[in-house]
Design a protein around this ligand. Sequence first.
Ligand SMILES: Cc1ncc(COP(=O)(O)O)c(C=O)c1O
Length: 375
Amino acid sequence: MIPIAKPYLTKDEAQSAYDTILTGWVTQGPRVEEFEKKFCEYTGAKFAVAVSNCTTALHLTMIVAGIKNDDEVICPSMSYVATANCIKYVRAKPVFAEVNPVTYNIDVIHAEKLITKNTKAILIVHQIGMPADIDAFKLLCEKYNLKLIEDAACAVGSSYKGKKIGSHSELVCFSFHPRKVITTGDGGMITTSNEEYYKRLKFLRQHAMSVNDRVRHQSDKIIFEDHLEVGYNYRMTDIQAAVGIKQLEKLDWIIEERRKIALKYIEKLKNIDCIRLPIEEKGYFTNYQSYSIYLKENCPVNRNDLMQKLMDVGISSRRGVMTSHRETAYKDEYKSVKLPVSEDICDRSIIIPVFIPMVEEDIEYIISSLKKILL
Ligand SMILES: Cc1ncc(COP(=O)(O)O)c(C=O)c1O
């Protein structure tokens, strides 16, 4: 079976984790600090705060952005459900916007129509690695005095208008889940250009402690910590960070390799009339975290049949990005919400394998199998 994805992990990462374990410091410590510093250098962000995953990253950004009871946050429904969940964690209300039918990214015109006096923020998602139009949302947020937050779970290494994702706005959240382009097992990162946010994010991720454990351990005087508010344990471990540092060194190469695979898909599939392929517009650079194919009306098979037929010949695929408002946790509350573009894309697209290294024969086999079914 050709898998849908596979993390690119080598002896480098294993050695780095091994060395860290032998230092005896395995929770958040010097390796996390080093990973954060290197992440800033890579993305061009001013500050970075490593956390346990992107869901906790998003939760903390909601808190520092001051989102609370009954506030409204506009976000796409078409996203992994963690995007909407983090708004719920602070007892605010996700308000679902449509996506653009070509880029799958949140539609700025529809988002503006959803703004009310209760709207406090817009949470944009860089859909499966393809950057959203950050500048358009910056302008919209300035116009209505809203916070802008970026869910860049899938977009590490992607860029927008020549600058890496993570360097454009005040709160950007990344994931290092194994399904992403680089991984730390589980893990997340928040980048920010705002020093107050930076300090508060670091404070909240470690139980809102008045002094952190490293300062206490290194002190030659007795120090008792206090807990200044109800905080969280959203720490990344030094073992994860040791893996992340090695992954980050390879990120540009990994993306180059992924783009070569995507290019082959484009070359060989672009003339099939019954499907639509992703488009990378000028100024946008995707890491191809996933490669999705949309099945047009004239497609001889529906999505589920295509997925089954691919599985029958040993090729894994996944449904396209979900719509959160139709998931069981949301569907009663959002039963009156209709998002025809998002629903259509969700129901008609599939994701096909992209991972490193993918041998030429596997790429050719996927292409020829798709052609056999679709032509
Ligand atoms: C768009 C988006 N947001 C948030 C998340 C949550 O990331 P994590 O699994 O690191 O918590 C994901 C994970 O798939 C995602 O795709």
